[in-house]
Design a protein around this ligand. Structure first.
Ligand code: 13P
Ligand code: SF4
Length: 304
């Protein structure tokens, strides 16, 4: 594996590339990251980098977002088929139907969505800033797509708003049930519970912290607690343990695995750099509209 990693670093230098990696990726892919983070952190890193080439180890909406923010850069996905089933639950037609039923209501769109859905939206959000984004709007009635669970959590933190939700959800987070958290609490009575806001409301009700993946990294580091139950995709456990060698982390559910996040391997990263494949391209007229919604979000920043 060391030989493969050295090759990746060599070709990366030759290409003037940067490797951006999401917190759910395979451990060995996380370990070669120039920047490892959540969706918001990765968007900011993509906007800031001076590298010519961005190798995006994550899923398609994340790489698409990077390509929209940095149209002058080459954005590569080592595994072009890595998608997000939640993002695929909505499309531009479905969003236009919802807008027609609630004329005048602005649209907040979770960054887990296609470029054409972003292009139909007023502002994007991630799990790290959904409450802050919704409250940055003057309107009471706000359309929030596509994640109904993130929407319900955001509504619970925004009592002055009336969110109109769409019936989307993450199949990986939806597998985590309250009984999994309760069982883990019995097994680890000293542990604090951190969950992702894509979880069901009944799961969120049992949590000590409801945060994005990088919010979990920060919470675990800053908390005096030494044990944590982690209610999200299990890939983040690698980073949590690496950053906090003296603390212990227990997945709420071992099978909370996002198959798309595991498709990217070190070999595919090398081939991607060698062949400059697969380049992510977003049609200009869609990218120009979607960029407005993404840049508005970046101006608001994080809440966690
Ligand atoms: P984060 O932005 O919190 O990393 O979440 C992305 C995601 O896809 C969660 O399922
Ligand atoms: Fe999409 Fe869920 Fe996978 Fe995140 S964990 S990329 S929301 S399917």
């Amino acid at each position: 594996m060391q030989e493969l990693i050295e090759k990746i670093y060599r070709v990366k230098r030759e290409r003037n590339a940067v490797i951006l990696v999401h917190n759910y990726q395979r451990p060995e892919v996380q370990d070669i990251a120039d920047y490892l983070g959540d969706s918001l952190g990765l968007s900011i890193a993509a906007a800031k980098t001076e590298a010519k080439v961005i190798v995006f180890c994550g899923v398609d909406f994340m790489a698409e977002t990077a390509a929209i923010i940095s149209p002058e850069k080459i954005v590569l996905m080592p595994e072009a088929n890595a998608g997000c089933p939640m993002a695929d639950m909505i499309n531009a037609d479905k969003l236009r139907d919802l807008k027609a039923k609630h004329l005048g209501a602005p649209v907040v769109c979770y960054v887990n969505s296609s470029a054409e859905v972003k292009a139909e939206s007023d502002i994007c959000c991630t799990s790290a800033n959904s409450v802050k984004i919704v409250n940055s709007l003057p309107d009471k009635e706000v359309i929030f797509v596509p994640d109904k669970y993130l929407g319900l959590y955001t509504q619970s933190q925004s009592p002055d708003k009336n969110l109109i939700l769409f019936d989307g959800y993450c199949p990986t987070h939806a597998k985590i049930m309250p009984e999994h958290i309760n069982k883990a609490k019995i097994e680890h009575p000293q542990a604090l519970v951190m969950v992702h806001p894509e979880c069901r409301p009944e799961v969120i009700a049992l949590a000590d912290a409801v945060v994005s993946t990088s919010g979990m990294v920060k919470f675990a580091k800053e908390s005096p607690a030494v044990e944590f139950i982690v209610g999200t995709e299990v890939g983040i456990i690698h980073r949590l343990k690496k950053d906090n060698p003296d603390k212990r982390f227990f997945p709420a559910l071992n099978s909370a695995i996002c198959p798309n996040m595991k498709m990217t391997t070190l070999e595919k990263v090398l081939w991607s750099l060698e062949d400059l494949k697969t380049e992510v391209k977003v049609p200009k007229e869609i990218a120009d509209k979607a960029r407005i919604a993404i840049e508005k979000m970046l101006a608001v920043g994080r809440q966690d």
